[in-house]
Write a protein that binds this ligand. Structure first.
Ligand code: GAR
Length: 196
């Protein structure tokens, strides 16, 4: 079994789509949900699927050791960021080299970096008059949105597109592709030779 930790900060709709996709998967299992926010909506999804929820305090995130201890306790193989709004400390990226994935709601390297998250991204895309947006799934290093991009899916903006309507369209792409790309990454990189 490949054991996944999901990190999420907010409502957790991506976390929910990942939990649903892997709930009875033969090779991949979500084993813990971690958050910097003790009251994040994702906590309810964790409870619904019977997955432990762990809160990382600012001290935990600064020292890193408590985060590593949790990941060790649950024997985590792969960390999946799903709307996680804090920088991943280098102590974690070093221990999970090429084993941390993130999803970003735009076509990196455009509209990435510090402050570019959630609705900020969609507002910036519409304001810039872009014709196209989409999603990027990428490896995580210690800089915001700078790891290697593994996959992108595209969306053509419609006449009169607003940040809200764009966010809804991009979210549909995220929910569909993220679980499948996680699965593909595990099969290609972590468990080569195994497939469903
Ligand atoms: C998602 O759109 C995700 O791509 C984005 O936050 C949203 C979380 O929604 N992440 C970032 O902007 C990271 N830079 P969710 O909590 O419903 O999954």
């Amino acid at each position: 079994m490949q054991r996944i930790a999901i990190f999420a900060s907010g409502r957790g709709s991506n976390a929910a789509s990942i939990l649903e996709y892997f709930k009875s998967h033969p090779v991949i299992q979500v084993v813990v949900i971690c958050s910097n926010n003790p009251t994040a909506g994702v906590k309810e999804h964790a409870a619904h699927y019977g997955i432990p929820f762990v809160h990382f305090s600012p001290e935990d995130r600064k020292n890193v050791e408590p985060m590593l201890e949790v990941l060790k306790r649950y024997s985590v193989d792969l960390i999946v960021l799903a709307g996680y709004m804090k920088l991943i400390p280098s102590g974690l990226t070093q221990n999970f080299d090429a084993r941390i994935l993130n999803i970003h709601p735009a076509l990196l390297p455009k509209f990435g970096g510090k402050g570019m998250y959630g609705m900020n991204v969609h507002k910036a895309v519409v304001k810039a008059g872009e014709q196209e947006s989409g999603i990027s799934i990428h490896l995580v290093n210690e800089h915001y949105d700078e790891g290697d991009v593994l996959f992108q899916a595209f969306y053509s903006l419609k006449e009169g597109e607003t940040p809200d309507s764009l966010a809804a369209e991009v979210l549909k792409l995220e929910h569909y592709h993220y679980p499948r790309q996680i699965e593909e990454y595990v099969f290609d990189q972590l468990e080569p030779g195994v497939s469903n």
